[in-house]
Design a binder for this molecule. Structure first.
Ligand code: NAP
Length: 323
């Protein structure tokens, strides 16, 4: 029988890749999309005829109940959220509404309408904040240090609560930063690869960045969504860290990206303290031991590979736009 999946956040980076993966696997895919005055379907425009779009919003309980009743999903992936950490400082209440309370609305809707549906919650390494161990594991204490991480910590524990109390098949994937050509340009990785492409094409002559010594655990979004799907295929629901298992500095990233276009980053990068995060997390890197041991997952893209793919994409996109 054809499996059915409902994805919230279909129009985002991860939602679009996950929908592609599930369509390829033969699923009937439903995507929850909130209304906007201009189309927000740009990341899925190449295959909208293969997916079913349902109008709804994490702020609106009845729309979530209707979406579940209509799609009757076997699997529900909650990828929707206010996902940008800096915005969570300027819009903390909205971040809590989308990212924390939205998950409460969704879990209640599942419990009432389709309690046998499997549920995946997009948790985040930001729940660890300033961790007291590195690498982090699924047992590392949560010490979120920004409104986004705090909202994700609420959503994470609520998912675990519903698993324990209501016996739902509910899992969390604690993802570290993951990137792709579909990443928003406000995020540092894409800001760098796009900035490098612009400099190479003579469209810019400088790239302003924050702390070059900040470290992150970066992987490709395609690797991350494959891990999400695998987590949902396990016999028992559980929580897993999804990351590359490696940490790299922004300086390494910048160096690698400029080398892709045969330039030296020191000629173009300037450091602007305004871009420093007020709460710079140190050494956020995940142990991927559990997911590698319990599932067949391992990342397919290396760090260098990811940088190359994204610089090449941004160069091509900018050149196409100039034609
Ligand atoms: P993204 O590109 O920012 O996409 C977010 C999605 O959420 C968009 O489809 C957005 O819709 C939707 N959305 C926001 N508010 C909504 C609401 N009130 N109702 C319904 N939909 C709403 O994020 P992403 O990179 O794909 O990340 C997917 C998930 O993983 C998010 O929960 C994020 O917090 C989490 N995460 C991501 C990373 C990462 O590195 N990418 C790391 C850790 C965790 P619009 O298109 O209409 O705005």
């Amino acid at each position: 029988m054809t499996k059915k999946a409902l994805i919230t956040g279909l129009t985002g980076q991860d939602g679009s890749y996950l929908a592609e993966l599930l369509v390829d696997q033969g699923y009937q895919v439903y995507g929850l999309v909130r209304r906007s005055s201009t189309s927000n379907l740009v990341r899925v425009s190449h295959f909208t005829d293969e997916i079913n779009i349902i109008s709804g919003d994490l702020l609106d309980q009845s729309s979530l109940m209707d979406a579940i009743a209509l799609s009757q999903p076997d699997e529900i992936y909650n990828l929707a959220s206010q996902s940008y950490v800096p915005l969570s400082w300027t819009q903390p209440s909205l971040t809590a509404e989308y990212t924390a309370i939205g998950v409460s609305r969704l879990l209640e809707s599942i419990r009432r309408i389709k309690p046998d549906a499997k549920f995946y919650q997009a948790s985040s390494s930001e729940v660890f904040g300033q961790p007291d161990e590195s690498p982090q594991t699924e047992k590392t204490a949560f010490r979120p240090r920004n409104p986004y991480g705090t909202a994700k910590a609420y959503a994470h524990w609520l998912t675990a609560n519903y698993r324990q109390y209501y016996n739902l098949y509910a899992c969390c994937g604690i993802t570290y930063t993951h990137e792709s050509p579909r990443r928003g340009t406000e995020f540092v990785f894409r800001k760098i690869t796009r900035g490098v492409a612009m400099i190479k094409l003579g469209l810019a002559d400088e790239l302003k960045l924050g702390n070059l010594d900040a470290h992150r655990d970066w992987c490709h979004a395609k690797d991350a969504v494959y891990a999400m799907w695998l987590i949902m295929q396990q016999e028992n629901p559980d929580d897993y860290i999804i990351g590359s298992g490696e940490t790299h500095s922004v300086r390494e990233l910048v160096d690698c990206a400029f080398k892709c276009v045969s330039l030296n980053y020191q000629d173009y990068v300037s450091v602007d303290p305004n871009f420093y995060r007020p709460d710079e997390s140190v050494q956020l890197v995940g142990s991927i031991n559990k997911i590698q041991t319990q599932t067949s997952w391992s990342p397919q893209y290396s760090f260098n590979n990811l940088v190359e793919v994204m610089v090449a994409h941004d160069l091509k996109e900018l050149m196409d736009n100039q034609l």
